[in-house]
Design a binder for this molecule. Sequence first.
Ligand code: NAP
Length: 286
Amino acid sequence: MLNGHTRTCGLIGNPVAHTRSPLIQNHMARVLGQNLAYLPFPVAHGDLGAAVGGALALDFLGLNVTVPYKSEVIAHLAQIDPLAERIGAVNTLVRCPGGFKGYNTDMPGLYRAMRQDGVEAAGRDVVILGAGGVARAVAVMLLDRGAAGVHILNRTGDKAAAVAEEVNRMAGHFFARAYGLADYRQIPGEGWLVIQATSAGMHPHVEDAPIEDPAFYQRVEIGYDLIFNPAVTRFMELTQRSGGRAYNGARMLVYQGIIAFELWTGISVSQEMAEELYRMMIQEQD
Ligand code: NAP
């Protein structure tokens, strides 16, 4: 119940209308007895600093940050967690002396989701589709978690090359290679773990997949799509049709929310709650 002691959290981004985060956060708050309310706040371009300052002045407990502000928000923080700094993207703000401290819970969330799904990246070459903000973060996460290397494929080849170069500089050795989307035949081996980090196939463009060629999917052992709406993307269908295992991004979404909630409240969320939220996310399709 909302009362004089209720603390406020929220999501800032543009747009925010399709977010699932209020569902996740308010459900956890209710079930775990935390007196907090979580709301979406669309922030107009140019107003990010005012929004962060306003949230601070209004004694918000914390914020999530989404597209297009995950990098831009860094300029408005009092502190930044080393992992978020390395990734170059912040999706969670937590109050600290003098302002907010920025964290990235997307990548620890993805790592926990992959572990829960029984997908291990350590020691193997991983194929990443996409070279946007999330794909770049995934490459850094895989470097930190002991993958052998990454093959980054993107529609715009130059962007893949830029991400690979940056990640290789971070690694201090040759870890990432860049390709155009059609160049997957150059990738050696088979039995690939593929992380689908493009927005191709996301609702309402559910007929799209970044690659259509069945010859690609014949070499995929695990197709891990970061999209959660629809629950089964065309990429996942094509993977399954060729005999591969396929996962969606709903668990990642749930775990990034859980980690943010844990940072704000200091309480630890159970695996049972994670599963309950996952079922909610799967049912909640547009
Ligand atoms: P972004 O920076 O806008 O990058 C989009 C990427 O998708 C680019 O590599 C772009 O290629 C590629 N792309 C877009 N349309 C394409 C098409 N029709 N065919 C082939 N490639 C296409 O986006 P982002 O922030 O990295 O997000 C990427 C995905 O991650 C989104 O789909 C989102 O659903 C997912 N995500 C999931 C979670 C979760 O919790 N599960 C959290 C965050 C994001 P170009 O460079 O050639 O334009």
